[in-house]
Design a protein around this ligand. Sequence first.
Ligand SMILES: Cc1cc2nc3c(=O)[nH]c(=O)nc-3n(C[C@H](O)[C@H](O)[C@H](O)COP(=O)(O)OP(=O)(O)OC[C@H]3O[C@@H](n4cnc5c(N)ncnc54)[C@H](O)[C@@H]3O)c2cc1C
Length: 239
Amino acid sequence: MHRVRETATAMTLELDVPGWRGAMAGQHVDVRLTAEDGYSAQRSYSLASPASMGMPVMGAASERIALTVQVVDDGEVSPYLTEDLEVGDQIELRGPIGNWFVWHPTDTRPVQLVAGGSGLVPLMSMARTHAACGSSAPMRLLVSVRTPADALYADELDRLGPGVEVTRVWTRSGPPAWPGPVGRVSPAQLAASGFAPDDSPRVFVCGPTAFVEAVADALVDLGHDPDLIRTERFGPTGT
Ligand SMILES: Cc1cc2nc3c(=O)[nH]c(=O)nc-3n(C[C@H](O)[C@H](O)[C@H](O)COP(=O)(O)OP(=O)(O)OC[C@H]3O[C@@H](n4cnc5c(N)ncnc54)[C@H](O)[C@@H]3O)c2cc1C
């Protein structure tokens, strides 16, 4: 295992999974921790690593996967994974799971990604997959983050290049001299930074439950086809 600190409260875990046969962009795994007394807890974590299945040209699947875990205060599993898990420890992992919240890199339709907080993780897998296979599908990513200190993959998002347009929305405070507004993602921001409904983009929205529901409703109100909107809810709280 290799750890990469993303922010003060988020860690990427690169895990070696013997026999791992690959995954599609957007899928997740279930992680189960079992204590010595037999008590166990299981949580889902999205794959942050690029896809190795469904690629236009298939390479050998790597047995190393990346998960990015955001600590939830008083949580059972996320503090353990980010702070206590040590190199050499073994954890139980099941997956890949999910065939619905998946972007196929052979799809050339425009792709709109909308992330709230750690909901960026599976969307980052899609953006990394897009880059890895040189997809010609136009891709745009709107990321809603509390403050710059909470931003995941900040440098990598800046380097994604012209194939993926990234827009950031700061919900509490922006970087110094940030000229734009601060607050929750608005319908006007979705319209301005995203593809028009007439472009028929495939849309993936991921984040806290309240965020996902607000964004999905706004997209439908803006005229997007509900059948093209796919959502993944990470947890019970709002932004
Ligand atoms: C399909 C799927 C993919 C996911 N992928 C990721 C991922 O890539 N990275 C990641 O960090 N998390 C991800 N999650 C969330 C993750 O599964 C856990 O819910 C999260 O880590 C909290 O678990 P915990 O045991 O630490 O907290 P718990 O012990 O379950 O909860 C502690 C307290 O926090 C609240 N809470 C639970 N979950 C959240 C949450 N997500 N946000 C805010 N409050 C919460 C609970 O209501 C409770 O009050 C994903 C969830 C799903 C369903």
